[in-house]
Structures are given as C-alpha cells and as structure tokens.
Design a binder for this molecule. Structure first.
Ligand code: SAM
Length: 203
C-alpha cells in the first residue's frame, strides 16, 4: 500500500511510515479484512466508510504535522485516521456523531497503545470550544462550507483540511488561517459521506 502511495505522489516520509506502521485491517470489519490494503474506501457499518488510503495520506500530508500540534478531527469513524494523527502529533481531539463508531474507535486505539487522544460523541461542526484553539483541524466528511465554529477554533497560522462542496461530490480543500481569515487551496476532487450537523448537512 505504501509503495502505491509513493507512486501516487505522497512524499512526506512521516506520513508514509505512520501508514506503514498502523494495521489498517484492524479498522475494517472482519469479512473485509482481505481488502484492507487496497486503495479504496470500505464500509464500517451505520452507512459510514473508512476513507481511501490515498485520500487519508493526502489530507494528512496537507496538515504538515511536525509532532507538537494539538489537532481536532471531525468524524472519527473507525479511528484509522485518528491513529495516524496520534502518531504524528502531540494530542488529538476527535468527535464522532454515532456512539457505536466512537466506542469501537476508542477500543481499537487503546488496544494499539495510543494514549494521546480524546474521543467525544457529538456534533463536530460545533468543534470542541473548551480545548480551542487547535493548530490543525481535519474534517473527514463532506461539508457545504467550513463551519464558523471550526474557523474560529483554528489558531492563527493553522491549517484546516476538509472536503467542501455538494452532498455527493466535493473538492478536497486546504485552508490556511492568515490575519484571521481562511485562504483556500483546492487539492483534488473527492467524494465523502456527508457531515450531518448544525453547521453541516441536515439528515
Ligand atoms: N476518518 C474515518 C476513518 O478513518 O475511519 C472515516 C470517517 S467517515 C468518512 C465520516 C464520519 O463522520 C462518519 O463516521 C460519520 O458518522 C461522522 N460524522 C458525520 N457527521 C458528523 C458530525 N456532525 N460530527 C461528528 N462526526 C460526524
């Protein structure tokens, strides 16, 4: 999988070695484990998916993590992306809407020995105000626009990565916060499940 990511243009060695280390097969349902190292999204139950490895790598690379960041993740899902963030940053705060997914992710991450994460069940479009500001924010589901609370909770000079666009097709966007405003760069087209919440999509 990692060789394929390299061929697709992922260059950040820290991202590649985190993805080499983390056993993706432990984050997918047992009957799909034989597909865990293919470059494709897979169902994880409750109508949700674990994202395609290339997109996970691209989003993580865009965050430019050096190891000392406080990171907010919206959409814990299986916890796979959370594990990568735990490897590459200081502390991870992750929010998931579906309690069963949050619980499964917490268990997997604990079993793998991660201690630098916090998972909360709730509406991630509201962010995690008590812990703000964050150096980095990653949203792993589609949004019509960047939720105002997330914009406000991003530190000056911080980076935010999110799929922005329609309900079924989005652009994967990197935002840099400069002088209190978000500057946007489109990375590539993408297709994510929707983020449902008060600053996201309705049901
Ligand atoms: N990054 C995850 C992984 O590695 O498995 C995949 C995330 S999946 C593509 C998107 C997740 O966002 C789903 O688990 C979904 O339940 C969650 N979600 C949707 N709306 C949400 C919200 N308002 N707050 C938090 N999580 C939300």
């Amino acid at each position: 999988m990692v060789e394929e990511l390299r061929r697709f243009g992922i260059e950040d060695e820290r991202v590649l070695s985190a993805m080499e280390k983390i056993p993706r097969h432990l984050f997918v349902p047992e009957h799909l484990r034989h597909l865990a190292y293919e470059d494709s999204p897979l169902p994880i139950g409750h109508g949700q998916t674990i994202s395609q490895p290339y997109i996970v790598a691209l989003m993580t690379q865009a965050l430019e993590l050096k190891g000392d960041e406080k990171v907010l993740e919206v959409g814990t899902g299986s916890g796979y992306q959370t594990a990568i963030l735990c490897e590459l940053s200081r502390e991870v705060f992750s929010i998931e809407r579906i309690p069963e997914l949050a619980e499964g992710a917490r268990r997997r991450l604990e079993e793998l020995g991660y201690r630098n994460f916090h998972i909360r069940v709730g509406d991630g479009t509201l962010g995690w105000p008590e812990e703000a500001p964050f150096d980095r924010i990653i949203v792993t589901g589609g949004l019509p626009e960047v939720p105002r609370p997330l914009e406000e909770q991003l530190r000056e000079g911080g980076r935010l990565v999110a799929p922005i666009g329609g309900r079924f097709d989005q652009d994967l966007c990197l935002f840099l916060k400069e002088k209190g405003r978000l500057r946007r760069r489109v990375l590539c087209p993408c297709t994510f499940v929707p983020i449902i919440g008060s600053h996201g999509w309705r049901k």
